[in-house]
Design a protein around this ligand. Structure first.
Ligand SMILES: [Zn+2]
Ligand SMILES: [Zn+2]
Length: 131
């Protein structure tokens, strides 16, 4: 939750930073890096160009999500903010992997960290049938 916010404010924060200290010496050579998306688990490429962008913006944490999931996350945040303003509840679909069978599924809420998400089949099996 808090990292969602820092990702958003970080861009405006860097405007106060000095730009004249532009030493290219000693700059480590950046290479494309593979990162596993925390939402869908797919690995995506964090390109050297994007790493330069992050460094220039003084962003310390590498991205945690692939582009699609990042887009989806921003849509969710927008929907949540809109819902706060209008008081309406928006239907959201969040991609997640089932904690039991690890199949990808969607849930109509934003799962909180560490809380297991189950696909429909597992959910029904866990809640419907007595052991
Ligand atoms: Zn993803
Ligand atoms: Zn499942």
């Amino acid at each position: 939750m808090s990292d969602d916010l820092t990702e958003r404010v970080a861009v405006s924060e860097v405007e106060n930073l000095e730009t004249d200290r532009r030493s290219t010496e000693g700059t480590p050579q950046l290479e494309d890096t593979q990162i596993a998306c925390m939402d869908c688990g797919e690995s995506f490429v964090w390109t050297a160009g994007e790493q330069v962008f992050f460094r220039d913006k003084n962003l310390l944490n590498p991205p945690k999500r692939c582009k699609d999931c990042k887009k989806a996350k921003n849509l969710r945040l927008d929907a949540i903010e809109k819902a706060k303003v209008t008081g309406e509840r928006h239907r959201i679909e969040v991609k997640a992997n089932c904690a039991r069978c690890s199949n990808p599924t969607t849930v109509p809420f934003y799962p909180s960290q560490g809380r297991p998400v189950f696909c429909r089949t597992c959910f029904l099996e866990l809640n419907g049938k007595p052991k």
